[in-house]
Each structure stands twice: as structure tokens, then as C-alpha cells.
Design a protein around this ligand. Structure first.
Ligand code: 4AD
Ligand code: MG
Length: 449
């Protein structure tokens, strides 16, 4: 038995019919009907209707019940009664009530509010049903990720957030002064450090916040987001893709198993998630380009005079959202695209020995317009080739000395990938915008609250 304080929660009430319980929470809504006072109570785990009947309680308690306002904090004691009409099959027959605080003029009312207003009140907005459902799905997805790796022989290794160099290109770096040592940068990815810990422990994963000074104002970009990054010694690209499929299937099925009430609040079509079963689709970048051109998915480009022309998609260019969406329109489960042109991918990716123009890279795209959720690759494990790539990209040789060391002392083929937590939660929950799937989103124009 645990020693810390425990109390009944609304989600467990169906197991407590006939018993007297005390619930701690906040008032979601109230209705008065003469001698009856209806209080919708929320406690974070769910909502239950509590009925205060004048005849059953003291005058004072009934008056307190009548005075309750939205978001007032209370403890309600009462008997759990089965009620077929109620969402979770129960209601509370109130016998006692303790008021902690009477809330005055709660700013978020049942009427519609604009998104700017809600974002400014994010600290309170989190209390509404949809937002709570999303946050519970987020917690479930994070748990599924940890369970998956912990259960498969991986060791969690945290990567530093303050770093001396870039991982994913220099254009999206946040920098800060670091005492007498010059600039430090907020980590864009824990990968490089995960490679080092993988050489020490075999199979590792790092799971933490990452930062990108993204100028993109889209529904899929944050400047601070969470990423899980497994890294495996002796894994090639195929092994990497197999692992990514297993993990994503596991996460989606876990969410289906544990988040039915939340998915219902979100109005999510769960049949779409049930279809997310291995094997996923796979195609090479080259096959994807052929498919785009065969299906007449043109690339729009602005000419110098401002007009637009349409082109066949040229081999060598990176895909943007329109190409990814077109490719995914034919699929009802995720698709991995592999072997991208090395020029559009990061310096650390190994080139395909069978075709050095492509990197042993892979992205996993999710269906229903969710887009890229995973980016990964086999890593360059040859010292000379890696050094050449570092020089080619004008990166600091000195800063990467330790990273090059990994290719000097017992180098082995190794691979890994990064899954964006928020992209995944957005897809699974069906939330429209990525700003809703992290408690306090950071975007170009928002750092408060
Ligand atoms: O494709 P990315 O940039 O890959 C890496 O960072 C590798 N170092 C990972 C690795 O191999 N260990 O990012 C990986 C994932 C993307 O697929 C996407 O899900 C998410 O991180 N992501 C973002 N999510 C929200 N906002 C952004 N600005 C994101 N940028 C990337
Ligand atoms: Mg990527």
C-alpha cells in the first residue's frame, strides 16, 4: 500500500456504485431547479453530475451549492448511484460539500472564444474538455514510447540541451552566451550524443525537448518540441525501418486501448487508427518522384516576373507538404520513404554504397494529412567520409572532434531515428493544430504563458 495521500477519482466511480465517496475538484457547470441543484464536477479524470437535493442536506450546504460558480474548487461527498442517462453511467447524490474557493468571473465561458484569447489564457484553457482529452492522450503516447523501449532492451540516456554545435543545419539554431566559452546552442536533436551512448550501451533512446528556430508558421511546427530518438549499434537502415514500424504500431494500439473516452471527446474516427497495423507502406524517394510525375502532381514555382509555372518534380529536390500529401492520399496507414538524395539530407547520414547519390535515410509519413512524424537514417560510420561531409558543409571540425572519435575507436554500422511527440499526438488525437498538443506551446509569435 502506498503511504501518500489517495482519494477517489471520477474515472473509477463505476466500480463504486452504492458507496459513499468524497471527490475533490472544480465546478464545470451548474443548473438550478428549485429544490435541486445540479453540479457538474471535474477532477481531471472525468466529469460527473452531482445532485444536491435540499431535503437531504443542511440549509447551509444547500446555499453553498447554489452559490457555486464555474471553476470554484470544492470537495463533494455523496453516494455513487447508477444512472443510465449519464455519460459514465453514474451520478452523485450529494450529502456534504466543502468549498475551497469561490471563483469569480472565470474568463473562459461556454461561449465561443477566439484562438488568440484562448492562447493567452492557455493556463486556464487546459481545463476544458478537449484540451484535457488531448493532454491525457499525450501522456498515454509518452508512456507507450517509454514502455516500448524499456520493454525491448533499450536504455534511456538523456542528451544535453546546451550544446556547442548544430545537429540539424545551422539555420534553425537558438544561441545563447555561455560564460567565457562563447556561444552555446539549444539542442535541435539529441542524436549525436545518442550515438556516443549507443557505442557505450548498445541500444539507447533519448527523450526530451528539442529546439528549432523555425520560421515556419504551420500547423505542424513548434520552436520547442519533444522528440524520442532511439539509436542502435549494429542496425542498418532496414533494421531501423522495422523498429520504427513496430514502435508506431505499438503507440497507436496503446492509445486505442487506453484512451477511448478521450478519442470520443475528440470526435476521432478510431477505425482509421485501428487500421494502423504492420506492415506499413514503403517506397524509395526515386519511386515516389516517379509516382508524382506519373500522377501529374506538378511542382508550382514562382517565376521572376511573379507568375507561376508548373513543373514535373525534379529528382534531387526535397519534398514539401504538397508532395507528401499527394503521396499519402493513396494510403490509409503510414508510409516510409527511404533513400533520399544525399544533398538534401544531414551530413551524418551514410550514403548508399550501391548509389552514392542517395543517403540511407528514411522518413515516416502518417496518413490523414499528418505528414512527417519520423526522420531517421543509418549513420556514416567511416571516419574519412564523415570528415569529408563535415568539411563540405563548412561545419567546425574542432567541435565535431568527439563525434569523429566514435568512428576511430571501434566504429560499427549504426542507425536511429527521431519521432516528434507533438506530431504524433496531433495525428492520433485528431487535433487540428500542433499548438493544442503541448501544454505550453512555443512558436515564433508566442512565449507567454
Ligand atoms: O527529421 P528531423 O529533423 O530528424 C532529426 O532531428 C534526427 N536527428 C533524428 C534522429 O535521427 N535521431 O526531426 C525528427 C522529427 C520529425 O519527423 C518531426 O516529427 C519532428 O521531429 N519535428 C518537429 N516537430 C514539431 N515542430 C518542429 N519544428 C519539428 N521539427 C521536427
Ligand atoms: Mg525530417
Amino acid at each position: 500500500m502506498s503511504r501518500y495521500k489517495s482519494y477517489h477519482t471520477i474515472e473509477n466511480l463505476p466500480n463504486l456504485i452504492g458507496q459513499e465517496v468524497t471527490l475533490n475538484g472544480w465546478v464545470y457547470d451548474t443548473t438550478s431547479k428549485g429544490k435541486l441543484q445540479f453540479i457538474k464536477l471535474r477532477d481531471g479524470s472525468g466529469i460527473v453530475q452531482c445532485v444536491a437535493f435540499k431535503q437531504n442536506i443542511s440549509e447551509e450546504t444547500f446555499e453553498t451549492a447554489r452559490s457555486l460558480t464555474q471553476e470554484s474548487s470544492v470537495s463533494i461527498t455523496g453516494t455513487v448511484k447508477a444512472d443510465e442517462r449519464a455519460e459514465n453511467g453514474v451520478e452523485i447524490d450529494v450529502t456534504g460539500l466543502k468549498l475551497w474557493q469561490l471563483a469569480k468571473d472565470y474568463p473562459i465561458t461556454p461561449k465561443e472564444h477566439g484562438i488568440e484569447f484562448l492562447m493567452e489564457h492557455r493556463h486556464l484553457w487546459l481545463r476544458s474538455s478537449r484540451q484535457r482529452a488531448i493532454m491525457r492522450i499525450r501522456a498515454a503516447v509518452a508512456k507507450a514510447i517509454r514502455d516500448f523501449f524499456d520493454g525491448n532492451g533499450f536504455r534511456l540516456q538523456d542528451s544535453p540541451i546546451l550544446t556547442p554545435n548544430a545537429c540539424e543545419g545551422t539555420s534553425t539554431l537558438f544561441s545563447t552566451e555561455y560564460f567565457d566559452l562563447g556561444n552555446a546552442y539549444l539542442s535541435q536533436s539529441g542524436q549525436l550524443y545518442a550515438e556516443a551512448t549507443a557505442m557505450a550501451l548498445g541500444r539507447v533512446y533519448t527523450f526530451g525537448p528539442t529546439f528549432r528556430a523555425e520560421k515556419s508558421k504551420t500547423r505542424r511546427h513548434l520552436t520547442e518540441f519533444w522528440m524520442v530518438e532511439p539509436e542502435m549499434a549494429f542496425f542498418d537502415l532496414n533494421d531501423d525501418m522495422d523498429l520504427a514500424e513496430d514502435m508506431v504500431e505499438y503507440i497507436v494500439q496503446y492509445a486505442l486501448k487506453t484512451c477511448q473516452p478521450e478519442l470520443k471527446i475528440m470526435g476521432r474516427d478510431v477505425s482509421k487508427l485501428e487500421a494502423v497495423r504492420r506492415p506499413f507502406h514503403r517506397m524509395s524517394y526515386t519511386e515516389a518522384v516517379e509516382w508524382l510525375n506519373k500522377n501529374n502532381v506538378k511542382l508550382n514555382k514562382k517565376n521572376q516576373d511573379g507568375t507561376e509555372s508548373q513543373y514535373d518534380f525534379p529528382w534531387g529536390e526535397d519534398f514539401g507538404a504538397p508532395q507528401e500529401e499527394a503521396i499519402m492520399s493513396q494510403f490509409d496507414k503510414p508510409c516510409i520513404i527511404h533513400r533520399y538524395p544525399s544533398e538534401v539530407k544531414a551530413f551524418y547520414m551514410k550514403r548508399d554504397p550501391e548509389n552514392p547519390k542517395v543517403a540511407l535515410a528514411m522518413d515516416m509519413l502518417a496518413p490523414e494529412g499528418a505528414g512527417e512524424i519520423i526522420g531517421g537514417s543509418q549513420r556514416e560510420d567511416n571516419y574519412d567520409l564523415l570528415l569529408e561531409r563535415i568539411r563540405h558543409e563548412n561545419l567546425s571540425e574542432e567541435a565535431f572532434q568527439w563525434y569523429l572519435d566514435l568512428r576511430k575507436y571501434g566504429s560499427v554500422p549504426h542507425s536511429g531515428f527521431g519521432l516528434g511527440l507533438e506530431r504524433t499526438v496531433k495525428w492520433i488525437s485528431g487535433a487540428e493544430h500542433i499548438r493544442e498538443v503541448i501544454p505550453f506551446p512555443r512558436m515564433i509569435y508566442r512565449i507567454v504563458p
